[in-house]
Design a protein around this ligand. Structure first.
Ligand code: ADP
Length: 301
């Protein structure tokens, strides 16, 4: 799969996409991002563009985000949308990601259902071409928030989840744990197949699906933004929606009606939370230690 071209100036990118001489006539700051600065641009041809900015050396975040958005867009269907990436720019000082703008509207019962059904359909779609040559993984490593996310392809989901998700996060967090806990964690990873199951089929996942990473537009259509995409077990996405809340009963009902939710899922949910909680411990520090330890207490012998 080709990676996107990187333009060396914003004007060059706008000219390529919208025609020579297209300029920014207005830029309005957009708040809400964790990592990047963001703007809505109005252009001389009347179009709008959503733009994220980071430092020049952080262009890798946008290269990874573009690849994730492109993968999700291919499989998301009609009722759940993903913004089209217009261009990547690295001008020596900053990097920019330009994409299709979403005009924010209000959540309705229908939009929650469309989000649940759309996510379920995406999980059901054939994700094989995104798995990097294995069954589980992705085309390249990417990011989970500001943390690196390893996507080395594997044939087994449980091995992938142990080696590419839990182990790297735990190793990064090692200083929070005693030596005995570190040894017990290692042994726990070796018996992860007692607690997790291989999925019926691999699914393309959003990967970081908390409530801040979907939007509802003015027509009530849901959109996915800011992914940490990879091919994995659909339950990992479902569990993330439950970690911090913000998804209602209609979302889960529509998901269940479309793709089903296995009866054993609730018992696995917190092991999927563990990855994100360890990542939060690594990124934001000790406030997440209690939640991590509460889960580990049940599994480390
Ligand atoms: P970050 O990578 O910094 O977390 P996000 O991708 O979450 O940034 O975007 C920051 C905010 O910008 C979001 O919370 C949302 O409100 C808004 N946003 C994201 N994508 C779009 C878009 N395509 N169109 C309009 N607004 C968007």
């Amino acid at each position: 799969m080709m990676s996107a071209e990187i333009f060396s100036s914003l004007n060059e990118a706008l000219a390529e996409r919208f025609g020579a001489g297209t300029e920014v006539t207005r830029r309005t700051g957009v708040s809400g991002g964790d990592i990047n600065r963001a703007w809505m641009l109005e252009l001389s041809n009347g179009s709008k563009v959503f733009m994220k900015e980071n430092s020049s050396r952080n262009i890798g975040f946008f290269i990874a985000e573009e690849e994730g958005l492109r993968a999700l867009k291919e499989l998301c269907g009609d009722e759940l949308r993903v913004p089209e990436v217009y261009a990547l720019v690295g001008d020596g000082r900053s990097s920019f990601l330009l994409m299709e703008p979403i005009e924010e509207g209000c959540r309705t019962a229908a939009s929650s259902e469309a989000l649940g059904r759309g996510l379920a359909r995406m999980h059901l779609a054939d994700a094989h071409r995104f798995a990097g040559g294995g069954q589980f993984g992705f085309l390249h490593d990417n990011y989970i928030g500001a943390g690196i996310q390893i996507n080395t392809p594997k044939a087994s989901w449980i091995e992938f989840y142990a080696e590419c998700r839990l182990r790297p996060q735990f190793e990064r967090a090692a200083s929070w744990f005693e030596r005995e806990e570190r040894m017990a964690f290692d042994a726990f990873l070796g018996r992860l197949d007692r607690y997790l199951e291989e999925p019926g089929k691999p699914s393309l996942l959003h990967g970081d699906l908390w409530a801040g990473n979907y939007m509802i537009d003015r027509s009530g259509t849901p959109w996915l933004i800011d992914p940490a995409a990879y091919v994995g077990h659909a339950e990992a996405d479902l569990a993330m929606t439950e970690l911090f809340g913000g998804f209602d009963g209609r979302f889960y009902d529509a998901y269940r009606e479309t793709a089903g939710i296995d009866a054993g899922y609730p018992a696995r949910r917190e092991l999927y939370h563990l990855y994100h909680l360890l990542n939060h411990l690594n990124l934001f520090g000790g406030t997440y230690l209690r939640s991590v330890k509460a889960i580990l207490e049940k599994y480390l012998q």
